[in-house]
Design a protein around this ligand. Structure first.
Ligand SMILES: [Zn+2]
Length: 302
């Protein structure tokens, strides 16, 4: 009798693991780009949720008590790092969850392994604007760094769920292939635009522009995180007219006022693009977001 019930338990356990609807692993990410990348890697072995909403400015996410509850139950926590999602530090701390602390096995700083751009050389002081000592944190807008993030997430998934290693590894490779074919498509489109010069609203685009051989001619913000002024806009517009800069590249969450003013004074076109998955109906995945950015940039540059 004892043998029979042991057998039944074994059969039930096997059936459960075969018929797993997945979602045994819970992944929490700071933003929706990492959430989509995590879904691509984790497939049906995990449930994934982002703390920030698609419409949030990633620099200014308001931490809510519900986020602590979510992180308390997470097996994996994936973040952008480099100071961009510093707002999550207090949530990590208060979650009381050892797995998601910086030395925990479910912690994934997705910037790990990145060759950072815009690393300040001298001393940083507040007069320089909102600068990060570790360099520019907007690396996820270079699609190639999406693969870096996927690798960091895959490593954390394998640490917390070693049985899933072949599954995560295979899906990581598939995601990498999709990004690589996207890179060919995006490079081909951007090669065809008439001017290499772009004026971004904020230094969000350093990695993206470097990837595709484009140049940051000037920035609408006089300093990172500092609101534009009429004087800065008119000086920038004059300089843009002299070399024929055609595109002002803005994240969707920015107010239209300053980009529209610069567009009217310079003759360039303000392209508003999603920088978070879900910020625009077209950007329903990380790769679809990259497609949308490239299409709108190329459209404005014509
Ligand atoms: Zn920034």
């Amino acid at each position: 009798m004892r043998t029979r019930s042991a057998l039944l338990i074994a059969v039930a356990a096997a059936a459960l693991s075969l018929g797993r609807a997945g979602a045994d692993v819970t992944v929490i990410t700071t933003d929706t780009n990492l959430a989509d990348i995590a879904k691509q890697v984790a497939g049906d072995r995990a449930s994934v949720e982002s703390l920030a909403r698609p419409s949030d400015d990633p620099h200014h996410v308001v931490a809510r008590p519900s986020m602590i509850v979510k992180l308390a139950r997470a097996d994996v926590f994936a973040r952008i790092g480099m100071g961009l999602d510093m707002w999550a530090d207090a949530i990590i701390d208060r979650s009381g969850n050892a797995a998601v602390q910086p030395d925990g096995k479910g912690y994934a700083d997705c910037s790990r392994g990145l060759k950072a751009l815009d690393v300040p050389s001298g001393k940083i002081d507040p007069s320089m604007g909102d600068l990060h000592p570790e360099g520019n944190p907007h690396y996820l807008l270079d699609p190639a760094q999406g693969i870096l993030a996927a690798g960091n997430i895959a490593a954390a998934l394998i640490r917390v769920d070693p049985a899933g290693q072949p599954y995560y590894h295979a899906r990581f490779l598939q995601f990498g292939e999709r990004v690589k074919s996207g890179l060919q498509r995006w490079s081909a489109t951007l090669k065809g635009i008439p001017s290499r010069d772009v004026v971004p609203y904020h230094k969000t685009w350093a990695y993206f522009l470097a990837r595709f051989g484009l140049r940051e001619f000037g920035v609408l913000e006089p300093k990172p995180g500092v609101e534009p002024s009429p004087g800065h806009v008119s000086a920038l517009a004059q300089a843009m007219k002299q070399v024929g800069v055609r595109v002002i590249l803005c994240e969707l969450f920015r107010a239209k006022r300053w980009p529209d003013l610069l567009a009217s004074q310079s003759g360039a076109v303000a392209a508003f693009v999603p920088t978070s998955v879900g910020a625009d109906p077209q950007a329903d995945s990380y790769i679809a977001m990259c497609d949308t950015i490239v299409q709108r940039l190329a459209g404005a540059a014509r």
